[in-house]
Design a protein around this ligand. Structure first.
Ligand code: 5GP
Ligand code: ZN
Length: 113
């Protein structure tokens, strides 16, 4: 069996994480190195390497809706937040399991780095 990736190991509970929400398809947990007062990661339970690897079986709409729901629960929706999906090398992706960053609780600048 292939080695499980870091986020697959969080899904299976091999590695602990501060999980804030979960459903059948996805889990949401706090980033270990937060870049904003609220920094959450939404990931599908099933391994998908990146947005570039997402296919019809990857319910991106549900992941986005979950991100919005969690942002409301976190209390950052009214003030505003950013959803980021770093993809492949130039996108700055370091963990190769699809994830949506939710960043909020401070003013985001543009352009991003
Ligand atoms: P990427 O750079 O791939 O878009 O984002 C990966 C994110 O995963 C980074 O923000 C990093 O801080 C976070 N991260 C890396 N390892 C762990 C971990 O073991 N636990 C948690 N909760 N977050 C992690
Ligand atoms: Zn994985």
């Amino acid at each position: 069996m292939p080695e499980k990736c870091l986020f697959c190991r969080i899904v299976s509970g091999d590695i602990p994480a501060d999980i804030v929400s979960e459903d059948e398809e996805a889990i949401v947990f706090r980033d270990i190195n937060p870049q904003a007062p609220s920094h959450l990661l939404v990931i599908p339970r099933r391994h998908v390497g990146s947005l570039d690897d997402a296919d019809e079986a990857t319910d991106l709409g549900s992941l986005m809706r979950l991100a919005a729901e969690v942002a409301r629960d976190e209390g950052i929706a009214a003030s505003g937040y950013r959803v980021v999906v770093n993809t492949n090398e130039n996108g700055g992706q370091t963990v190769h399991h699809l994830h949506l960053h939710i960043l909020g609780g401070r003013l985001m600048t543009w352009p991003p780095g």
